[in-house]
Design a protein around this ligand. Structure first.
Ligand SMILES: [Zn+2]
Length: 189
């Protein structure tokens, strides 16, 4: 399966994801099968928006109506993973249904990488930092990941492909759809 996303929709998703951090952004994808024409932000009304999302039901109704009026359909939705997980989380998998909807996930770039300078030798503060061990820093930021993947698929690390590590706020997009065997990747073209 392939999905074409209009560049304006991509920009809208990226901008919304950056603005919503550290909470998850979410919104609706309008278009036709295989094509996203528009991405429309919606409020995340989840009780814990920093680690899950729930699209505002009023927005859902509104965009279904607006899509029809524009000759489009709501073909899916997007949400962001501030923790950088570049695939659906266990939480996502638990609530997804096999309905053909497209899931676009915007994963924060670099947030799963170890901190850039784990140097106890930078003793500018008199050695007080020695307790900041790499292990303790590793434990941050895996909110949604805490339960193991039900699919047992390997974690896709899309970092390290040279996208300027320092640019906080940037995201990479992946797309998925739920099938009888679980979330299946959708090629973005
Ligand atoms: Zn998610």
């Amino acid at each position: 399966m392939k999905l074409a996303i209009a560049s304006t929709a991509i920009e809208a998703i990226l901008a919304h994801s950056a603005a919503a951090a550290p909470n998850e952004a979410c919104g609706l994808l309008l278009g036709a099968p295989g094509t996203v024409e528009r991405a429309e932000p919606a409020a995340n009304v989840a009780a814990h928006p920093e680690r899950s999302f729930e699209i505002d039901p009023a927005a859902l109704l509104r965009w279904h109506r607006e899509a029809r009026g524009a000759g489009l359909a709501v073909i899916g939705h997007y949400h962001s993973h501030p923790n950088g997980l570049a695939r659906p989380s266990a939480t996502d998998a638990a609530r997804a249904v096999v309905d053909g909807a497209v899931w676009v996930i915007a994963a924060a770039v670099g947030s799963q990488e170890p901190p850039p300078r784990p140097s106890p030798l930078s003793a500018s503060r008199g050695g007080r930092e020695q307790k900041a061990s790499p292990q303790s820093e590793h434990e941050r930021g895996d909110g949604e990941q805490s339960s193991p993947s039900p699919h047992g698929e390997p974690l896709r690390t899309e970092s390290g492909e040279g996208r300027g590590g320092g640019s906080s706020g940037s995201h990479t997009l992946t797309a998925w759809t739920m099938t009888a065997t679980g979330f299946t990747p959708v090629d973005l073209s």
